[in-house]
Design a protein around this ligand. Structure first.
Ligand code: CA
Ligand code: CA
Ligand code: CA
Ligand code: CA
Length: 122
Protein backbone atom coordinates (compact mmCIF):
# COMPACT_ATOMS: atom_id res chain seq x y z
CA UNK A 1 0.00 0.00 0.00
CA UNK A 2 1.90 3.03 -1.18
CA UNK A 3 -0.75 5.51 -2.17
CA UNK A 4 -4.20 6.86 -1.45
CA UNK A 5 -6.69 6.45 -4.17
CA UNK A 6 -9.89 8.11 -2.99
CA UNK A 7 -8.08 10.31 -0.52
CA UNK A 8 -5.50 11.43 -3.03
CA UNK A 9 -8.21 12.40 -5.46
CA UNK A 10 -10.09 14.28 -2.78
CA UNK A 11 -6.89 15.90 -1.55
CA UNK A 12 -6.46 17.38 -5.01
CA UNK A 13 -9.84 18.99 -4.67
CA UNK A 14 -9.79 19.91 -1.01
CA UNK A 15 -6.02 20.50 -0.77
CA UNK A 16 -6.17 19.56 2.89
CA UNK A 17 -6.73 16.27 4.68
CA UNK A 18 -9.01 17.76 7.34
CA UNK A 19 -11.36 18.95 4.62
CA UNK A 20 -11.05 15.59 2.89
CA UNK A 21 -12.13 13.82 6.06
CA UNK A 22 -15.15 16.05 6.53
CA UNK A 23 -16.16 15.56 2.89
CA UNK A 24 -16.43 11.82 3.51
CA UNK A 25 -17.89 12.20 7.02
CA UNK A 26 -21.39 12.95 5.80
CA UNK A 27 -23.04 13.00 9.27
CA UNK A 28 -20.18 15.09 10.78
CA UNK A 29 -19.60 12.91 13.85
CA UNK A 30 -15.81 12.81 13.26
CA UNK A 31 -16.01 9.07 12.59
CA UNK A 32 -15.88 7.45 9.16
CA UNK A 33 -17.89 4.26 8.82
CA UNK A 34 -17.79 2.00 5.78
CA UNK A 35 -21.20 3.23 4.58
CA UNK A 36 -19.83 6.78 4.31
CA UNK A 37 -16.82 5.52 2.40
CA UNK A 38 -19.10 3.46 0.15
CA UNK A 39 -21.23 6.54 -0.62
CA UNK A 40 -18.15 8.20 -2.16
CA UNK A 41 -17.42 5.01 -4.06
CA UNK A 42 -21.02 4.93 -5.34
CA UNK A 43 -20.68 8.53 -6.50
CA UNK A 44 -17.71 7.43 -8.65
CA UNK A 45 -19.46 4.30 -9.89
CA UNK A 46 -21.15 5.82 -12.92
CA UNK A 47 -22.90 2.63 -14.12
CA UNK A 48 -23.70 1.33 -10.58
CA UNK A 49 -22.12 -2.11 -11.07
CA UNK A 50 -20.33 -1.97 -7.68
CA UNK A 51 -16.96 -1.53 -9.35
CA UNK A 52 -15.21 1.64 -10.45
CA UNK A 53 -12.94 1.93 -13.46
CA UNK A 54 -10.26 4.55 -14.06
CA UNK A 55 -12.55 6.09 -16.67
CA UNK A 56 -15.38 6.43 -14.13
CA UNK A 57 -13.09 8.02 -11.55
CA UNK A 58 -11.71 10.40 -14.14
CA UNK A 59 -15.22 11.39 -15.16
CA UNK A 60 -16.33 11.95 -11.54
CA UNK A 61 -13.26 13.94 -10.52
CA UNK A 62 -12.78 15.92 -13.76
CA UNK A 63 -9.23 14.58 -13.93
CA UNK A 64 -7.75 12.67 -16.84
CA UNK A 65 -7.18 8.92 -16.82
CA UNK A 66 -3.35 9.34 -16.96
CA UNK A 67 -3.54 11.63 -13.89
CA UNK A 68 -5.30 9.02 -11.78
CA UNK A 69 -4.01 5.80 -13.35
CA UNK A 70 -1.10 5.17 -10.96
CA UNK A 71 -3.25 5.71 -7.86
CA UNK A 72 -6.02 3.66 -9.39
CA UNK A 73 -3.72 0.75 -10.16
CA UNK A 74 -2.36 0.66 -6.63
CA UNK A 75 -5.89 0.02 -5.30
CA UNK A 76 -6.84 -2.44 -8.03
CA UNK A 77 -5.19 -5.22 -6.07
CA UNK A 78 -6.13 -8.06 -8.45
CA UNK A 79 -5.35 -5.91 -11.55
CA UNK A 80 -8.63 -6.59 -13.34
CA UNK A 81 -9.16 -2.93 -14.27
CA UNK A 82 -11.88 -2.39 -11.65
CA UNK A 83 -11.79 -1.36 -8.02
CA UNK A 84 -14.59 -3.40 -6.47
CA UNK A 85 -16.22 -3.22 -3.04
CA UNK A 86 -13.89 -5.88 -1.64
CA UNK A 87 -10.87 -3.82 -2.65
CA UNK A 88 -12.50 -0.72 -1.18
CA UNK A 89 -12.94 -2.66 2.07
CA UNK A 90 -9.23 -3.51 2.06
CA UNK A 91 -8.40 0.19 1.82
CA UNK A 92 -10.89 1.03 4.58
CA UNK A 93 -9.38 -1.62 6.86
CA UNK A 94 -5.90 -0.19 6.25
CA UNK A 95 -7.09 3.13 7.72
CA UNK A 96 -8.93 1.48 10.63
CA UNK A 97 -5.78 1.04 12.66
CA UNK A 98 -7.46 -0.36 15.81
CA UNK A 99 -9.86 -2.54 13.75
CA UNK A 100 -13.04 -1.37 15.50
CA UNK A 101 -14.90 -0.90 12.20
CA UNK A 102 -14.63 2.90 12.23
CA UNK A 103 -11.99 5.37 11.11
CA UNK A 104 -11.49 8.17 13.61
CA UNK A 105 -9.99 11.51 12.61
CA UNK A 106 -6.84 10.55 14.54
CA UNK A 107 -6.53 7.29 12.61
CA UNK A 108 -7.15 9.08 9.33
CA UNK A 109 -4.47 11.68 9.99
CA UNK A 110 -1.98 9.07 11.21
CA UNK A 111 -2.51 6.89 8.15
CA UNK A 112 -2.40 9.73 5.63
CA UNK A 113 0.83 11.01 7.18
CA UNK A 114 2.37 7.55 6.81
CA UNK A 115 1.40 7.31 3.16
CA UNK A 116 2.55 9.42 0.25
CA UNK A 117 -0.18 10.02 -2.32
CA UNK A 118 0.90 9.07 -5.81
CA UNK A 119 -1.29 11.67 -7.47
CA UNK A 120 0.65 14.92 -7.59
CA UNK A 121 -0.89 18.35 -7.42
CA UNK A 122 -0.97 20.19 -10.65
CA1 CA B 1 -19.57 9.84 10.22
CA1 CA C 1 -18.85 0.99 -12.53
CA1 CA D 1 -9.86 -5.23 -9.00
CA1 CA E 1 -10.74 2.60 14.29
Amino acid sequence: MNSLFIFAVFALIASCYGQTFSLIDSNKDDILVFAEYKAIFDAYDGNSDNAVTAVEVAAATKLTVPQIQASFNSYDFNKDGNIDVKELRTVFDAFDLDKNGEISLAEFVKRTQQTQPVVGRK
